[in-house]
Design a protein around this ligand. Structure first.
Ligand code: GLP
Length: 240
């Protein structure tokens, strides 16, 4: 794994953006795997600014997202579909039908997992952007998830519910379940860029880079990927 340590969140976002821009300019119909959370927001701002000012086009780009809360649809401002529309898609020229997120309001969740998993098989990602949870989760693959897992429904760990409660009015409002790509799906991307900032990620980052490859720290599977880059600020790198 290549490790890039940056001075700040802004510099981390710039580094990620330069990798993303190279992928999109080399392949105008690239498939991008995208993540939610506060970590990639700086990257998304830079993509929007670059599109506005330099005209980089996303007309032919396709995107797939990592995960979605069960029970929330695109109209809910806490859903990941809403997050992606507000923070990225509406600032680009990407056709909405080219953007894919699992449907958290599907009546039959098993069928929705199957549908989304087939879609991922058809759309191999040129690049996958990831954040990391403080317990080492990626997407919503919590500790203990098998490395061979594909798209599935997950019961969120208490620590994840606590971490994400800051984004909801009340902790009780955080959905207890989510649909997520599995670790095998994530590893299928040609290139992976994982981002982390802030001291609360330092323990997970240490496990990711220097720890054992273990299902107890889902992100550690990335040590086995042939083209994975970790971009971290100094605070998140403090235990390396
Ligand atoms: C959620 C998402 C992950 C994300 C993580 C960290 O659990 N499912 O994809 O990486 O939060 O979020 P943040 O970037 O806000 O710290």
């Amino acid at each position: 794994m290549k490790v890039v340590i940056t001075k700040s969140y802004e510099e981390m976002s710039m580094e990620a953006f330069s990798v993303m821009r190279a992928v999109v300019t080399a392949e105008p119909s690239a498939v991008l795997g995208l993540a939610t959370g506060s970590t990639p927001l700086g990257l998304y701002r830079l993509m929007a600014e670059d599109h506005r000012e330099k005209g980089t086009s996303y007309k032919k780009v396709r995107t797939v997202n990592l995960d979605e809360y069960v029970g929330l649809g695109p109209e809910s401002d806490q859903s990941y579909a809403y997050f992606m529309r507000e923070n990225l898609f509406r600032h680009l020229d990407i056709p909405p039908e080219n953007t894919h997120i699992a449907n958290g309001k599907a009546g039959d969740l098993a069928a929705e997992c199957h549908r989304y998993n087939s879609l991922l098989g058809q759309l191999q990602r040129d690049i996958q952007i990831l954040g990391i949870g403080s317990n080492g989760h990626i997407a919503f693959n919590e500790p203990g998830t098998p490395f061979g897992s594909e798209t599935h429904v997950v019961a969120l760990a208490e620590s994840t519910i606590r971490d994400n409660a800051r984004l909801f009015a009340r902790a009780e409002d955080v959905p207890r379940k989510a649909l997520t790509m599995g670790l095998k799906n994530i590893m299928h991307a040609k290139k992976i860029v994982i981002l982390a900032n802030g001291a609360n990620k330092a323990g997970a980052v240490r496990g990711l880079v220097c720890g054992a490859v273990t299902e107890q720290l889902p992100a550690s599977v990335l040590q086995l990927h042939p083209d994975c880059t970790l971009i971290v600020d100094e605070a998140a790198a403090s235990l390396l």
